[in-house]
Design a protein around this ligand. Structure first.
Ligand code: P53
Length: 479
């Protein structure tokens, strides 16, 4: 039996362009959908404004200024021992309006310099094409991904960057957490995944599935083109796997959990198998959703299946049909509700903490698809305190990571799943996606900036930095 991770296991760290770069209007960059999202707070939602307005606070405009400090940050990543660094290309740097005929050379040059710097330091770039950075104009002019025209603009963008960086980037993913728009729990995801805002009288279910299918078609076209551009590319999808557990052993709870999982699997089933699953076709038919697609598009889905499944894992959910338990209503199983799981605790932002769920998810996905997997996000958002002597002690973060990595290790060494790597989220403190806060920190590197935007932006190593450095150096043996 193998005793440790393979030598080429990609230990890394992950971020997204809009949460880290800043430089929101520099060097010809256009306004992206993240640039019109204001700061919210713990439990306070962010607003989406009609363009960039005077007097509003937009935390992604400056973020942590990685755009100007990336060399200094990569030096720290090297010291940490990272073998891989996952970020996204900010689409609006390359095609400022989304529908431009020519790309913005200054935007392309920035990513040339960034990837060169990573490679020079022995760090493999892992690149997401669309991580909530859709050019704002694609919403304004076309209404976002519910419009099939946007498929072509994504393909033009994908092809452009894959051609440009074909010698520098080997690992790609198309749409970040494509399935997060699937339920009403976070309406903001229809915006960040698809640049769609619901209007009076819209059939929400229809729009969710039409926008999602359009993205899946766009993804398949780019996967196919990418393999032509460089046959050694590894191109994956990116899912948010939040497994749903039956709350009780009542068979109805199990069926409700299965139905809820279908709302997630719709996306990865198409990405991996190249076909619209029967459970979805039946649902569309029953609800008369009239989702539009052609035979040619069905063929495209078949020809553009992914090489691996990239996914984020933060938490699990539980569902029940038992009448005496309180919870939030769900779609597709009218008598069911999402409820809190009495066996697990939550973070200060109410996110359930469930390391065993990661092992379960790795097994579930591997059994379903038998393709390699890549954990491209996992981590713990928490308030950190800088001590008087400048130290930042974050044992809670080390605990979270240690327990999750240990379950990952069991999945690889005891269960035999095929795992390419692990890139914990927010390796350096960044702007939170959900709340827009700086103080919901995930990093092993601290950034001196608070929720009001005050601070020197100075970087400091946390205790978790030293801990993770040792895990990487020993290839996970000390977990
Ligand atoms: P923040 C929900 C469930 C799982 C993943 O989130 C999620 C979300 C969104 O709230 O998003 C991913 O910053 C996303 C990242 C994001 C990260 O999780 O709200 O891919 O962009 O920053 C953490 O704590």
């Amino acid at each position: 039996m193998e005793q440790s991770f393979s030598k080429d296991f990609l230990w890394g760290g992950a971020v997204a362009a809009h949460q880290i770069e800043g430089g929101w209007d520099e060097d010809g960059k256009g306004v992206s959908i993240a640039d019109v999202m204001t700061a919210g707070g713990n439990g306070i939602p962010r607003k989406i404004t009609d363009g960039v307005l005077e007097g509003e606070n937009y935390p992604n405009h400056e973020a942590i200024d990685f755009y100007h400090r990336y060399k200094e940050d990569i030096a720290l990543f090297k010291e940490l021992g990272l073998k891989a660094f996952r970020t996204s290309i900010n689409w609006a740097r390359i095609f400022p309006n989304g529908d431009d005929t020519e790309p913005n050379e200054a935007g392309l040059a920035f990513y040339d310099a960034l990837f060169d710097e990573l490679l020079k330091n022995g760090i493999e770039p892992i690149v997401t094409l669309s991580h909530f950075e859709i050019p704002y104009n694609l919403y304004k002019t076309y209404g976002g991904f519910k419009n099939k025209k946007v498929i072509d603009y994504f393909v033009r963008y994908g092809e452009t960057v894959m051609e440009r960086y074909k010698e520098k980037v080997k690992y790609w993913m198309t749409f970040n957490e494509i399935n997060n728009q699937q339920d009403g729990e976070y309406d903001v995801h229809l915006w960040t995944n698809s640049a769609v805002i619901l209007e009076e009288g819209d059939n929400k279910e229809k729009i969710i599935f039409q926008a999602g299918l359009n993205e899946l078609i766009a993804s398949a076209k780019v996967v196919k083109k990418g393999h032509e551009i460089n046959p050694s590319f590894q191109i994956g999808c990116m899912m948010a796997y939040v497994p749903v557990y039956p709350y009780s052993s009542n068979p109805d709870d199990l069926m409700a959990a299965n139905k809820l999982m279908h709302r997630r699997f719709f996306y990865s089933d198409i990405h991996v198998r190249g076909e619209i699953p029967t459970y979805t076709l039946k649902k569309w038919e029953k609800e008369g959703l009239n989702i539009e697609y052609t035979d040619e598009e069905l063929q495209v889905l078949k020809e553009g299946t992914v090489d691996y499944v990239g996914f984020s894992y933060y938490m699990s959910n539980a569902v029940t049909t038992l009448p005496d338990v309180k919870g939030n209503a769900v779609k597709d199983y009218p008598s069911a509700k999402l409820v809190s799981n009495p066996y697990i605790q939550s973070s200060e932002w109410g996110w359930p903490i469930d390391p065993v769920g990661l092992r379960y998810t790795l097994n579930l996905i591997y059994e379903r698809y038998q393709v390699p997997m890549f954990i491209v996000e996992n981590g713990f958002g928490a308030y950190d305190k800088v001590e008087e002597d400048g130290k930042i002690c974050d044992p809670y973060r080390i605990d979270y990571l240690k327990y999750h990595m240990s379950e990952m290790k069991k999945a690889v060494l005891e269960d035999g799943v095929d795992l390419m790597g692990y890139t914990p989220w927010g390796i350096i403190d960044i702007v939170s996606f959900g709340s827009g806060e700086m103080e919901k920190r995930y990093g092993m590197i601290y950034v001196d900036k608070d929720n009001q935007g005050n601070g020197t932006l100075e970087r400091r190593k946390k205790e978790s930095f030293t801990w993770y450095k040792n895990i990487i150096a020993t290839n996970g043996e000390e977990l």
